[in-house]
Ligand binder design. Structure first.
Ligand code: UDP
Length: 486
């Protein structure tokens, strides 16, 4: 069990200095005024399984900074798990909550699950005091809640970031497997009402995830800074007179032969001066990378069949690029499936023609350096023509919200979480079936061919994020929920 130190970051006055956020912050301060008193003397403990990568690690630092500014104690603990059997099991649980995989969870699985969690108990008990509030995120540390409760008088919340709207035998099996732990928890928090299993309905609050508009991932970057970051990290090769310090890591990319290198084999400033379609996610089958690559290839191939090679649409598609970014596996230890999924994409990429290989970049991002990773993601999103989240299943896709905040037009699948974020044709496009390659290719082409619509979706996207998905709405919901626990 490790306590994570959160570095200083934006203060409330920094947010207020932004015209579009000024009213939001003032309203927030009014709305949360009662909570510091209600939570006095208690510490809120956030417990999850990783300090880097994924939505939870992304959101916690900014939330914690603001909550602390209000005078409320909040800390973050990460379980130590280094155990392959445990990671394999928790990945299976994760997939099963999304409805995929096999419905077989055994008592041996339970033994691994509880053994690894029990190893974290002693340390947890050194930190946590009677009266505190403990929030356990996602399935990995779920059994730990009950273990803590045997020793300390705490209130326990389980925060589930994933889910499936419909039941199937796999979801039933996984909820059965997890149900012995439910009784330990006072309350539950989900991202969407439709994800909540029937037996938890009465004890559950809905809090959608949110972004921090001023974090390194989301703060404003001017074009010159974007160029500097992309060049310093090795994503674009041209030598520009940039003023930024050398990045510790160059982003590695997949070479045509499937090896990893930091050399950009395309000498042009490709993703800046060409229309670019971008998806950044963990290498997870449920993120729909493979289908997106296939759709992009289909769009390109169909484009070459067009007879009018002088049309603007033909030229846009001809020059279009696809960038797929995800964690460099060198820095990720808790995701056994990630490398497998990346390898599948590499095989798909290796088999392509030279032209298509030049049009597609598979980037491995330096997740071990959160600031560099965040700035690279920020610069990539800001340089993208369209940001895609083609998830087969998605609890709530932070990447879509990040792109909308940056006024980038988004193309998302009809996965439940994404449908709650994006309004079709108002602030982006929803392509219902992420596995329908022809339909996805058509959506991409339509979006690439409609700059005016893209501008509108992008603009409306930012408004939607300000109104619904900033950390201020999220913190208010959390504090109200936690202070109601008696
Ligand atoms: N992310 C990142 N680098 C990567 C891949 C993902 O910084 O190589 C970030 C991404 O920008 C987002 C988060 O990880 O902030 C992923 O959250 P999301 O809700 O989209 O998916 P999850 O990983 O939680 O399923």
């Amino acid at each position: 069990m490790k306590k994570i130190i959160v570095k200083p970051g934006a203060k409330l006055d920094d947010y207020k200095a932004y015209g579009t956020l000024y009213n939001l912050v003032n309203q927030f301060l009014e709305d949360v005024a009662e909570f510091p008193d209600k939570l006095r003397g208690k510490t809120i403990w956030m417990i999850n399984s990783t300090a880097i990568g994924g939505g939870v690690a992304e959101m916690l630092p900014s939330q914690m900074r603001i909550i602390r500014t209000l005078g409320i104690n909040i800390e973050w603990l990460v379980i130590e798990a280094r155990d392959e059997a445990f990671f394999n099991l928790t990945k299976r649980i994760h997939n099963a909550i999304h409805g995929s995989g096999k419905p077989n969870f055994t008592e041996d699985d339970r033994e691994v699950y509880e053994r690894v969690n029990a190893r974290n108990l002693e340390k947890a008990l050194e930190y946590i005091e009677d009266g505190d509030l403990v929030v356990i995120h996602d399935p990995q540390p779920m059994p730990l809640g009950g273990m803590i409760r045997k020793h300390k008088k705490v209130k326990l919340v389980w925060r589930c970031h994933i889910g499936l709207e419909t039941e199937n035998e796999v979801t039933r099996a996984v909820w059965d497997f997890l149900s012995p732990y439910f009784a330990d928890y006072d309350r539950f928090v989900y991202s969407l009402a439709s994800y909540v299993p029937e037996i938890l309905k009465d004890k559950t609050a809905i809090i959608p995830p949110a972004i921090d508009p001023l974090s390194h991932k989301n703060r404003m970057l001017w074009m010159s800074k974007c160029l500097g970051i992309l060049q310093q990290s090795g994503i674009i090769r041209e030598q520009l007179p940039v003023l930024y310090p050398n990045y510790k890591h160059k982003v590695r990319r997949v070479m045509p032969d499937g090896s990893f290198d930091t050399v950009n084999h395309d000498s042009e400033l490709d993703i800046i001066f060409h229309p670019t379609v971008l998806q950044i996610s963990r290498w997870d089958r449920l993120k729909g990378f493979k289908e997106l690559m296939e759709a992009f290839i289909l769009m390109k191939r169909d484009n070459e069949k067009k007879t009018d090679k002088s049309s603007l649409v033909y030229r846009r598609i001809r020059h279009c690029r696809l960038t797929l970014g995800g964690p460099d596996p060198a820095f990720v230890s808790d995701d056994p499936e990630g490398m497998e999924v990346l390898n599948e994409l590499i095989e798909q990429y290796k088999a392509l023609s030279v032209d298509l290989q030049r049009a597609i970049a598979l980037l491995l991002l330096p997740l071990d350096n959160p600031k560099e990773n965040a700035l690279i993601v920020n610069a990539l999103q800001r340089s993208a023509t369209i940001v895609v989240q083609n998830s087969i299943q998605e609890g709530f896709g932070l990447t879509a919200t990040e792109a909308m905040w940056k006024q980038r037009p988004v193309l998302v699948s009809g996965a439940a979480g994404l449908r709650a974020q994006v309004q079709h044709d108002i602030n982006g496009r929803i392509n219902p079936d992420p596995t329908n390659i022809a339909q996805l290719a058509k959506c991409l082409e339509e979006m690439l061919s409609n700059p005016k619509e893209r501008d509108k979706w992008g603009f409306n996207g930012q408004v939607r994020v300000i109104n619904n998905f900033t950390l201020f709405s999220q913190i208010k919901a959390w504090l109200s929920h936690l202070s109601s626990l008696e």
